[in-house]
Write a protein that binds this ligand. Structure first.
Ligand code: AMP
Length: 505
Protein backbone atom coordinates (compact mmCIF):
# COMPACT_ATOMS: atom_id res chain seq x y z
CA UNK A 1 0.00 0.00 0.00
CA UNK A 2 0.94 3.64 -0.32
CA UNK A 3 1.67 5.13 3.11
CA UNK A 4 0.14 8.42 1.96
CA UNK A 5 -3.21 6.66 2.52
CA UNK A 6 -2.74 7.25 6.24
CA UNK A 7 -2.98 10.99 5.72
CA UNK A 8 -6.04 10.75 3.48
CA UNK A 9 -7.83 8.48 5.92
CA UNK A 10 -7.30 10.99 8.71
CA UNK A 11 -8.38 13.73 6.31
CA UNK A 12 -11.76 11.99 6.11
CA UNK A 13 -12.00 10.84 9.74
CA UNK A 14 -10.81 13.95 11.60
CA UNK A 15 -10.65 16.67 8.92
CA UNK A 16 -10.55 19.61 11.34
CA UNK A 17 -8.05 18.05 13.75
CA UNK A 18 -4.50 19.41 13.84
CA UNK A 19 -2.06 17.40 11.71
CA UNK A 20 1.06 19.56 11.51
CA UNK A 21 2.20 22.28 13.89
CA UNK A 22 5.17 24.50 14.50
CA UNK A 23 5.41 24.97 18.26
CA UNK A 24 1.93 25.98 19.40
CA UNK A 25 0.90 27.15 15.93
CA UNK A 26 -1.21 24.79 13.80
CA UNK A 27 0.23 24.67 10.29
CA UNK A 28 -2.29 22.27 8.74
CA UNK A 29 -5.39 20.30 9.68
CA UNK A 30 -5.73 16.73 8.40
CA UNK A 31 -7.97 18.02 5.59
CA UNK A 32 -5.28 20.56 4.63
CA UNK A 33 -2.48 18.00 4.85
CA UNK A 34 -4.39 15.52 2.71
CA UNK A 35 -5.18 18.17 0.07
CA UNK A 36 -1.63 19.53 0.02
CA UNK A 37 0.11 16.21 -0.61
CA UNK A 38 -2.31 15.34 -3.42
CA UNK A 39 -1.58 18.72 -5.01
CA UNK A 40 2.18 18.50 -4.56
CA UNK A 41 2.09 15.01 -6.10
CA UNK A 42 0.37 16.37 -9.22
CA UNK A 43 2.98 19.10 -9.47
CA UNK A 44 5.78 16.51 -9.20
CA UNK A 45 4.22 14.46 -11.97
CA UNK A 46 3.28 17.34 -14.31
CA UNK A 47 6.00 19.90 -13.68
CA UNK A 48 8.96 17.72 -12.77
CA UNK A 49 7.95 14.79 -14.90
CA UNK A 50 8.50 12.39 -12.00
CA UNK A 51 7.31 8.81 -12.24
CA UNK A 52 6.71 6.13 -9.57
CA UNK A 53 10.02 4.84 -8.27
CA UNK A 54 11.92 8.09 -8.98
CA UNK A 55 13.96 9.36 -6.04
CA UNK A 56 13.37 12.77 -4.48
CA UNK A 57 15.79 14.10 -1.86
CA UNK A 58 14.72 16.28 1.06
CA UNK A 59 17.32 18.62 2.52
CA UNK A 60 15.94 20.86 5.22
CA UNK A 61 15.80 21.39 8.95
CA UNK A 62 12.70 20.20 10.81
CA UNK A 63 9.60 22.16 9.80
CA UNK A 64 6.00 21.21 8.93
CA UNK A 65 6.73 21.33 5.19
CA UNK A 66 9.16 18.45 5.71
CA UNK A 67 6.25 16.09 6.23
CA UNK A 68 4.27 17.65 3.36
CA UNK A 69 7.24 16.96 1.10
CA UNK A 70 7.68 13.40 2.40
CA UNK A 71 4.05 12.39 2.00
CA UNK A 72 3.71 14.31 -1.27
CA UNK A 73 6.62 12.25 -2.62
CA UNK A 74 4.91 9.06 -1.49
CA UNK A 75 1.52 10.10 -2.85
CA UNK A 76 3.22 10.46 -6.26
CA UNK A 77 4.66 6.93 -5.87
CA UNK A 78 8.22 8.26 -5.59
CA UNK A 79 10.98 7.29 -3.17
CA UNK A 80 12.06 9.78 -0.50
CA UNK A 81 15.72 10.37 0.27
CA UNK A 82 15.80 12.38 3.51
CA UNK A 83 19.29 13.86 3.82
CA UNK A 84 20.69 15.02 7.15
CA UNK A 85 20.61 18.80 6.84
CA UNK A 86 23.85 19.20 8.76
CA UNK A 87 25.97 17.23 6.32
CA UNK A 88 28.82 18.85 4.42
CA UNK A 89 27.86 19.91 0.87
CA UNK A 90 30.15 17.24 -0.63
CA UNK A 91 28.31 14.57 1.35
CA UNK A 92 24.98 15.99 0.17
CA UNK A 93 26.28 15.89 -3.37
CA UNK A 94 27.39 12.27 -2.94
CA UNK A 95 23.97 11.19 -1.65
CA UNK A 96 22.05 13.14 -4.31
CA UNK A 97 24.17 11.53 -7.05
CA UNK A 98 24.29 8.06 -5.58
CA UNK A 99 20.53 7.89 -5.09
CA UNK A 100 19.94 9.41 -8.52
CA UNK A 101 17.65 12.05 -7.02
CA UNK A 102 15.66 13.79 -9.76
CA UNK A 103 14.52 16.59 -7.46
CA UNK A 104 15.79 18.05 -4.18
CA UNK A 105 13.28 19.76 -1.90
CA UNK A 106 14.99 22.33 0.33
CA UNK A 107 14.49 25.16 2.76
CA UNK A 108 16.06 28.57 2.38
CA UNK A 109 19.15 27.65 4.42
CA UNK A 110 20.14 24.76 2.16
CA UNK A 111 19.46 26.13 -1.27
CA UNK A 112 23.20 26.63 -2.02
CA UNK A 113 24.11 23.05 -1.07
CA UNK A 114 21.18 21.63 -3.04
CA UNK A 115 22.05 23.63 -6.17
CA UNK A 116 25.67 22.54 -5.84
CA UNK A 117 24.55 18.90 -5.52
CA UNK A 118 21.85 18.67 -8.16
CA UNK A 119 21.84 21.84 -10.29
CA UNK A 120 19.41 24.75 -9.89
CA UNK A 121 16.79 23.24 -12.23
CA UNK A 122 16.33 20.26 -9.92
CA UNK A 123 15.76 22.23 -6.72
CA UNK A 124 12.39 23.09 -5.22
CA UNK A 125 12.32 25.45 -2.25
CA UNK A 126 9.53 25.24 0.31
CA UNK A 127 7.51 28.22 1.54
CA UNK A 128 8.04 30.17 -1.70
CA UNK A 129 5.33 31.35 -4.08
CA UNK A 130 6.24 28.43 -6.34
CA UNK A 131 5.74 25.96 -3.46
CA UNK A 132 2.42 27.55 -2.45
CA UNK A 133 1.30 27.45 -6.05
CA UNK A 134 2.08 23.72 -6.21
CA UNK A 135 0.14 23.17 -2.97
CA UNK A 136 -2.91 24.49 -4.81
CA UNK A 137 -2.91 22.15 -7.82
CA UNK A 138 -5.92 19.86 -8.34
CA UNK A 139 -5.04 16.73 -6.47
CA UNK A 140 -4.08 13.58 -8.31
CA UNK A 141 -5.07 10.04 -7.25
CA UNK A 142 -2.69 8.22 -4.91
CA UNK A 143 -0.26 6.11 -6.95
CA UNK A 144 -0.54 2.41 -6.33
CA UNK A 145 2.50 0.93 -4.58
CA UNK A 146 3.50 -2.58 -3.62
CA UNK A 147 4.64 -3.55 -0.14
CA UNK A 148 8.00 -4.46 -1.68
CA UNK A 149 8.51 -1.07 -3.38
CA UNK A 150 11.15 1.22 -1.87
CA UNK A 151 9.77 4.20 0.08
CA UNK A 152 12.68 5.70 2.02
CA UNK A 153 16.41 5.55 1.28
CA UNK A 154 17.96 5.91 4.70
CA UNK A 155 21.58 6.97 4.32
CA UNK A 156 23.40 5.74 7.41
CA UNK A 157 25.74 7.97 9.33
CA UNK A 158 28.62 6.06 7.69
CA UNK A 159 31.10 5.48 10.49
CA UNK A 160 33.46 4.06 7.88
CA UNK A 161 33.72 5.06 4.23
CA UNK A 162 30.87 6.61 2.27
CA UNK A 163 27.33 6.58 3.63
CA UNK A 164 25.20 3.66 2.46
CA UNK A 165 21.52 3.98 1.59
CA UNK A 166 19.47 1.38 3.45
CA UNK A 167 16.52 0.74 1.15
CA UNK A 168 13.38 0.72 3.26
CA UNK A 169 10.22 -0.50 1.57
CA UNK A 170 6.59 0.20 2.37
CA UNK A 171 6.54 -3.19 4.10
CA UNK A 172 9.53 -2.25 6.28
CA UNK A 173 7.94 1.03 7.39
CA UNK A 174 4.58 -0.64 7.97
CA UNK A 175 6.18 -3.38 10.11
CA UNK A 176 8.08 -0.71 12.07
CA UNK A 177 4.87 1.22 12.72
CA UNK A 178 2.79 -1.81 13.74
CA UNK A 179 5.58 -2.94 16.04
CA UNK A 180 5.49 0.46 17.73
CA UNK A 181 1.82 -0.13 18.59
CA UNK A 182 2.58 -3.66 19.76
CA UNK A 183 5.55 -2.90 21.98
CA UNK A 184 5.85 0.79 22.78
CA UNK A 185 2.53 2.66 22.87
CA UNK A 186 -0.95 2.92 21.49
CA UNK A 187 -1.62 6.29 19.84
CA UNK A 188 -4.73 8.30 18.97
CA UNK A 189 -5.70 11.74 17.69
CA UNK A 190 -5.38 13.32 21.14
CA UNK A 191 -1.67 12.60 21.09
CA UNK A 192 1.29 14.55 19.75
CA UNK A 193 4.79 13.76 18.60
CA UNK A 194 7.48 16.43 18.84
CA UNK A 195 10.39 16.24 16.47
CA UNK A 196 13.13 17.08 18.93
CA UNK A 197 15.68 15.25 16.73
CA UNK A 198 16.13 15.35 12.93
CA UNK A 199 13.17 14.08 10.88
CA UNK A 200 15.74 12.77 8.37
CA UNK A 201 16.69 10.15 10.95
CA UNK A 202 15.07 8.37 13.91
CA UNK A 203 12.56 11.05 14.78
CA UNK A 204 11.08 11.00 11.27
CA UNK A 205 10.79 7.23 11.28
CA UNK A 206 9.09 7.19 14.66
CA UNK A 207 6.86 10.01 13.56
CA UNK A 208 5.21 7.60 11.11
CA UNK A 209 3.09 5.58 13.58
CA UNK A 210 1.86 8.90 14.96
CA UNK A 211 0.78 10.03 11.52
CA UNK A 212 -0.90 6.68 10.93
CA UNK A 213 -3.09 7.18 14.02
CA UNK A 214 -3.92 10.87 13.60
CA UNK A 215 -1.66 12.39 16.27
CA UNK A 216 -0.35 15.89 15.56
CA UNK A 217 3.29 16.19 14.39
CA UNK A 218 5.01 19.18 15.95
CA UNK A 219 8.29 20.70 14.88
CA UNK A 220 9.87 22.87 17.58
CA UNK A 221 9.58 26.59 16.91
CA UNK A 222 13.31 27.01 17.53
CA UNK A 223 16.20 25.06 16.12
CA UNK A 224 17.37 23.66 19.46
CA UNK A 225 15.04 21.62 21.59
CA UNK A 226 15.73 22.60 25.19
CA UNK A 227 13.89 22.63 28.49
CA UNK A 228 11.97 25.81 27.65
CA UNK A 229 10.75 24.39 24.37
CA UNK A 230 9.64 21.17 26.10
CA UNK A 231 7.75 23.09 28.77
CA UNK A 232 6.03 25.27 26.15
CA UNK A 233 5.06 22.16 24.19
CA UNK A 234 3.53 20.56 27.27
CA UNK A 235 1.48 23.71 27.92
CA UNK A 236 -0.17 23.43 24.50
CA UNK A 237 -0.44 19.79 23.59
CA UNK A 238 -1.55 16.57 25.25
CA UNK A 239 -0.20 13.02 25.05
CA UNK A 240 3.23 14.29 24.02
CA UNK A 241 5.95 11.85 22.93
CA UNK A 242 9.37 12.47 21.49
CA UNK A 243 12.42 10.55 20.40
CA UNK A 244 15.74 11.57 21.91
CA UNK A 245 19.31 10.34 21.83
CA UNK A 246 20.67 9.59 25.32
CA UNK A 247 22.77 12.78 25.27
CA UNK A 248 19.61 14.84 24.80
CA UNK A 249 17.83 13.01 27.62
CA UNK A 250 20.75 13.83 29.88
CA UNK A 251 20.81 17.48 28.80
CA UNK A 252 17.08 17.88 29.38
CA UNK A 253 17.23 16.17 32.78
CA UNK A 254 19.92 18.63 33.87
CA UNK A 255 18.02 21.69 32.61
CA UNK A 256 16.78 23.67 35.65
CA UNK A 257 13.58 24.67 33.79
CA UNK A 258 12.69 21.01 33.39
CA UNK A 259 13.14 20.23 37.08
CA UNK A 260 10.10 22.43 37.89
CA UNK A 261 7.91 21.37 34.98
CA UNK A 262 4.54 19.58 35.08
CA UNK A 263 4.84 16.33 33.15
CA UNK A 264 1.20 15.24 33.29
CA UNK A 265 0.91 15.75 29.51
CA UNK A 266 4.16 14.01 28.67
CA UNK A 267 3.37 10.52 27.46
CA UNK A 268 6.58 8.83 26.33
CA UNK A 269 10.22 9.65 25.81
CA UNK A 270 11.70 7.09 23.44
CA UNK A 271 15.45 6.92 23.69
CA UNK A 272 17.97 4.93 21.71
CA UNK A 273 20.57 5.18 19.01
CA UNK A 274 23.48 5.01 21.44
CA UNK A 275 24.14 3.58 24.91
CA UNK A 276 22.15 5.07 27.79
CA UNK A 277 24.24 4.87 30.93
CA UNK A 278 22.48 3.68 34.07
CA UNK A 279 23.42 6.76 36.07
CA UNK A 280 21.86 9.06 33.48
CA UNK A 281 18.73 6.93 33.21
CA UNK A 282 18.20 6.90 36.97
CA UNK A 283 18.51 10.69 37.08
CA UNK A 284 16.10 11.09 34.18
CA UNK A 285 13.54 8.71 35.72
CA UNK A 286 13.62 10.74 38.94
CA UNK A 287 12.79 13.90 37.04
CA UNK A 288 10.40 12.75 34.31
CA UNK A 289 8.86 9.75 36.05
CA UNK A 290 8.37 6.35 34.38
CA UNK A 291 7.78 7.75 30.91
CA UNK A 292 10.72 6.15 29.17
CA UNK A 293 10.88 3.43 26.57
CA UNK A 294 14.13 2.31 25.03
CA UNK A 295 14.58 1.05 21.53
CA UNK A 296 17.54 -0.55 19.85
CA UNK A 297 17.60 -0.54 16.10
CA UNK A 298 19.62 0.70 13.18
CA UNK A 299 18.87 2.28 9.82
CA UNK A 300 18.95 -1.20 8.32
CA UNK A 301 16.24 -2.43 10.71
CA UNK A 302 14.54 0.87 11.37
CA UNK A 303 14.18 1.51 15.07
CA UNK A 304 13.22 -2.09 15.65
CA UNK A 305 15.40 -4.88 17.00
CA UNK A 306 14.73 -4.91 20.74
CA UNK A 307 12.89 -2.68 23.18
CA UNK A 308 12.53 -1.98 26.88
CA UNK A 309 8.98 -0.93 27.66
CA UNK A 310 7.66 1.79 29.94
CA UNK A 311 6.32 -0.91 32.26
CA UNK A 312 9.79 -2.41 32.58
CA UNK A 313 11.25 1.00 33.40
CA UNK A 314 8.57 1.48 36.05
CA UNK A 315 9.12 -1.90 37.70
CA UNK A 316 11.90 -0.64 39.97
CA UNK A 317 11.32 -3.25 42.69
CA UNK A 318 12.15 -6.07 40.32
CA UNK A 319 15.30 -7.85 41.56
CA UNK A 320 16.87 -7.59 38.09
CA UNK A 321 15.83 -3.97 37.51
CA UNK A 322 19.36 -2.52 37.41
CA UNK A 323 20.58 -5.22 35.09
CA UNK A 324 17.56 -4.81 32.81
CA UNK A 325 18.00 -1.03 32.64
CA UNK A 326 21.52 -1.64 31.33
CA UNK A 327 20.18 -3.94 28.64
CA UNK A 328 18.44 -2.94 25.41
CA UNK A 329 15.43 -5.07 26.35
CA UNK A 330 13.85 -8.00 24.57
CA UNK A 331 13.28 -8.76 20.88
CA UNK A 332 10.45 -6.79 19.37
CA UNK A 333 7.23 -8.58 18.38
CA UNK A 334 7.90 -8.56 14.63
CA UNK A 335 11.49 -9.83 14.56
CA UNK A 336 13.68 -12.80 15.38
CA UNK A 337 16.96 -11.89 17.07
CA UNK A 338 19.96 -14.18 17.59
CA UNK A 339 23.47 -13.82 18.96
CA UNK A 340 25.98 -15.81 16.93
CA UNK A 341 29.69 -16.61 16.71
CA UNK A 342 31.94 -16.10 13.65
CA UNK A 343 30.62 -19.31 12.14
CA UNK A 344 27.03 -18.11 12.42
CA UNK A 345 26.13 -20.53 15.23
CA UNK A 346 24.12 -19.43 18.28
CA UNK A 347 26.29 -18.80 21.33
CA UNK A 348 25.22 -19.97 24.80
CA UNK A 349 23.08 -17.76 27.02
CA UNK A 350 25.35 -15.19 28.66
CA UNK A 351 28.02 -15.47 25.98
CA UNK A 352 28.83 -12.61 23.64
CA UNK A 353 28.51 -12.71 19.88
CA UNK A 354 27.21 -10.67 16.98
CA UNK A 355 23.55 -9.64 17.03
CA UNK A 356 21.67 -10.70 13.92
CA UNK A 357 18.03 -9.99 13.10
CA UNK A 358 15.37 -11.13 10.64
CA UNK A 359 11.85 -9.87 10.00
CA UNK A 360 9.61 -7.73 7.80
CA UNK A 361 11.22 -4.58 9.18
CA UNK A 362 14.70 -5.46 7.88
CA UNK A 363 15.81 -3.51 4.80
CA UNK A 364 15.90 -5.21 1.41
CA UNK A 365 19.51 -4.08 0.89
CA UNK A 366 21.69 -1.03 0.34
CA UNK A 367 20.80 1.08 -2.65
CA UNK A 368 23.05 0.18 -5.56
CA UNK A 369 25.69 -1.46 -3.35
CA UNK A 370 25.51 -5.23 -3.98
CA UNK A 371 28.75 -6.01 -2.14
CA UNK A 372 27.78 -4.15 1.01
CA UNK A 373 24.32 -5.76 0.81
CA UNK A 374 25.79 -9.26 0.55
CA UNK A 375 28.01 -8.51 3.54
CA UNK A 376 25.13 -7.24 5.70
CA UNK A 377 22.34 -9.62 4.66
CA UNK A 378 23.29 -13.27 4.80
CA UNK A 379 20.66 -16.02 4.45
CA UNK A 380 17.99 -13.44 5.18
CA UNK A 381 19.61 -12.28 8.42
CA UNK A 382 20.87 -8.75 8.96
CA UNK A 383 24.30 -8.76 10.58
CA UNK A 384 24.23 -5.66 12.77
CA UNK A 385 27.93 -5.39 13.66
CA UNK A 386 26.83 -5.01 17.29
CA UNK A 387 28.14 -7.35 19.96
CA UNK A 388 25.76 -8.50 22.65
CA UNK A 389 24.58 -11.31 24.89
CA UNK A 390 21.19 -12.64 25.98
CA UNK A 391 20.41 -13.40 29.62
CA UNK A 392 18.21 -16.29 30.70
CA UNK A 393 15.07 -14.12 30.51
CA UNK A 394 15.75 -13.03 26.95
CA UNK A 395 17.09 -9.54 27.68
CA UNK A 396 19.82 -8.48 25.29
CA UNK A 397 22.76 -6.49 26.61
CA UNK A 398 24.89 -4.77 24.00
CA UNK A 399 28.56 -4.57 24.58
CA UNK A 400 29.81 -2.43 21.76
CA UNK A 401 30.09 -2.19 18.02
CA UNK A 402 32.49 -4.96 17.01
CA UNK A 403 34.95 -2.36 15.73
CA UNK A 404 34.99 -0.59 19.12
CA UNK A 405 35.95 -3.76 20.95
CA UNK A 406 39.41 -3.45 22.51
CA UNK A 407 41.73 -6.45 22.36
CA UNK A 408 44.56 -6.08 24.84
CA UNK A 409 47.01 -8.89 25.47
CA UNK A 410 44.55 -11.24 23.74
CA UNK A 411 41.70 -10.30 26.11
CA UNK A 412 38.43 -8.80 24.88
CA UNK A 413 37.56 -5.58 26.66
CA UNK A 414 34.22 -3.87 26.16
CA UNK A 415 34.50 -0.07 26.49
CA UNK A 416 30.93 0.28 27.69
CA UNK A 417 31.65 -1.66 30.88
CA UNK A 418 34.44 0.73 31.82
CA UNK A 419 32.46 3.82 30.81
CA UNK A 420 29.57 2.76 33.08
CA UNK A 421 31.97 2.57 36.04
CA UNK A 422 33.79 5.84 35.40
CA UNK A 423 30.44 7.64 35.12
CA UNK A 424 29.57 6.68 38.69
CA UNK A 425 32.39 8.97 39.89
CA UNK A 426 30.97 12.37 40.93
CA UNK A 427 33.59 14.35 39.03
CA UNK A 428 33.01 12.54 35.71
CA UNK A 429 30.40 14.22 33.50
CA UNK A 430 31.04 12.30 30.28
CA UNK A 431 33.54 9.73 29.15
CA UNK A 432 34.45 7.52 26.25
CA UNK A 433 36.83 4.58 26.28
CA UNK A 434 38.80 3.43 23.26
CA UNK A 435 41.75 1.20 22.44
CA UNK A 436 45.06 2.85 21.63
CA UNK A 437 47.86 1.07 19.72
CA UNK A 438 50.49 -0.48 21.95
CA UNK A 439 53.61 -2.43 20.91
CA UNK A 440 53.43 -4.78 23.86
CA UNK A 441 49.71 -5.44 24.33
CA UNK A 442 48.39 -4.79 20.84
CA UNK A 443 45.98 -2.25 22.30
CA UNK A 444 45.66 -0.53 25.65
CA UNK A 445 42.60 1.01 27.25
CA UNK A 446 42.46 4.81 27.13
CA UNK A 447 39.71 6.88 28.74
CA UNK A 448 38.71 10.33 27.51
CA UNK A 449 37.00 12.14 30.37
CA UNK A 450 35.01 15.37 30.63
CA UNK A 451 34.84 16.44 34.25
CA UNK A 452 31.91 18.10 35.98
CA UNK A 453 33.84 21.05 37.32
CA UNK A 454 35.87 21.75 34.20
CA UNK A 455 39.07 20.64 35.96
CA UNK A 456 41.16 17.49 35.76
CA UNK A 457 39.82 14.76 38.01
CA UNK A 458 42.25 12.76 40.05
CA UNK A 459 43.25 9.89 37.79
CA UNK A 460 44.37 7.92 40.80
CA UNK A 461 40.89 8.11 42.24
CA UNK A 462 39.46 6.86 38.93
CA UNK A 463 42.01 4.06 38.86
CA UNK A 464 41.04 3.06 42.40
CA UNK A 465 37.38 3.05 41.41
CA UNK A 466 38.09 0.71 38.49
CA UNK A 467 40.27 -1.57 40.58
CA UNK A 468 37.42 -1.84 42.99
CA UNK A 469 34.89 -2.86 40.34
CA UNK A 470 36.53 -4.58 37.36
CA UNK A 471 39.41 -6.88 36.46
CA UNK A 472 42.81 -5.19 36.59
CA UNK A 473 43.55 -5.74 32.92
CA UNK A 474 40.46 -3.77 31.91
CA UNK A 475 41.29 -0.54 33.66
CA UNK A 476 42.47 2.42 31.60
CA UNK A 477 46.22 2.77 31.29
CA UNK A 478 45.78 6.42 30.49
CA UNK A 479 43.27 9.17 31.24
CA UNK A 480 42.91 12.15 28.96
CA UNK A 481 40.92 15.04 30.37
CA UNK A 482 39.15 16.96 27.63
CA UNK A 483 36.64 19.81 27.45
CA UNK A 484 34.16 17.87 25.34
CA UNK A 485 33.78 14.67 23.35
CA UNK A 486 33.32 14.78 19.57
CA UNK A 487 29.74 13.80 18.70
CA UNK A 488 27.85 13.19 15.46
CA UNK A 489 24.80 15.20 14.47
CA UNK A 490 22.74 12.55 16.20
CA UNK A 491 24.59 12.88 19.49
CA UNK A 492 26.67 9.71 19.15
CA UNK A 493 30.22 9.95 20.45
CA UNK A 494 32.57 9.58 17.50
CA UNK A 495 35.14 7.07 18.70
CA UNK A 496 36.90 7.15 15.35
CA UNK A 497 37.70 10.84 15.98
CA UNK A 498 39.08 10.01 19.41
CA UNK A 499 41.26 7.33 17.81
CA UNK A 500 42.44 9.91 15.29
CA UNK A 501 43.22 12.37 18.11
CA UNK A 502 45.41 9.68 19.65
CA UNK A 503 47.24 9.08 16.40
CA UNK A 504 47.74 12.84 15.97
CA UNK A 505 49.27 12.91 19.45
P1 AMP B 1 22.13 4.18 13.07
O1 AMP B 1 21.88 3.22 11.97
O2 AMP B 1 22.95 5.35 12.67
O3 AMP B 1 20.87 4.57 13.76
O4 AMP B 1 23.04 3.45 14.18
C1 AMP B 1 22.61 2.24 14.73
C2 AMP B 1 23.57 1.79 15.80
O5 AMP B 1 23.43 2.58 16.99
C3 AMP B 1 23.29 0.38 16.27
O6 AMP B 1 23.84 -0.59 15.42
C4 AMP B 1 23.91 0.37 17.66
O7 AMP B 1 25.31 0.21 17.59
C5 AMP B 1 23.62 1.77 18.16
N1 AMP B 1 22.38 1.77 18.95
C6 AMP B 1 21.11 1.93 18.52
N2 AMP B 1 20.24 1.85 19.54
C7 AMP B 1 20.96 1.63 20.66
C8 AMP B 1 20.63 1.45 22.04
N3 AMP B 1 19.38 1.49 22.48
N4 AMP B 1 21.66 1.23 22.90
C9 AMP B 1 22.94 1.19 22.48
N5 AMP B 1 23.31 1.37 21.19
C10 AMP B 1 22.34 1.58 20.29
Amino acid sequence: MNLAEWVHRNGRRIPGGPALASGAQVHATWADFSRTIGSLARSFIERDNLRPGDRVAILMANRPEYLEALFGIWHAGCVAVPVNSRLHRDEVEYIANHSGARLVIVDNDHIGDAEHAAGADKVLQVATSDWLDRCDYDRVAVQDRLASDPAWLFYTSGTTGRPKGATLTNRNLMAMSLSYFADIDSIDENDAVVHAAPISHGSGLYGLPHIARGAVSITPSRSTFDGNELVRTLQHWTGVSFFAAPTMVRRLAQDPVVAKADFSKLKTVIYGGAPMYLNDLEEALKIFGPRFAQIYGQGESPMTITGLSKAEHADIDHPSWHQRMQSVGRPRTDVQVRVVNERGLDVATGDTGEVIVRGDVVMVGYWDQPDATAEALRDGWLHTGDLGSFDEHGYLTLQDRSKDLIISGGMNIYPREIEEILLTHPSVAECSVIGGPDPEWGEVVIAFVVTTGGFDADSEALDALCLDRIARYKRPKQYRFVESLPTSNYGKVLKRELRQQLLDG
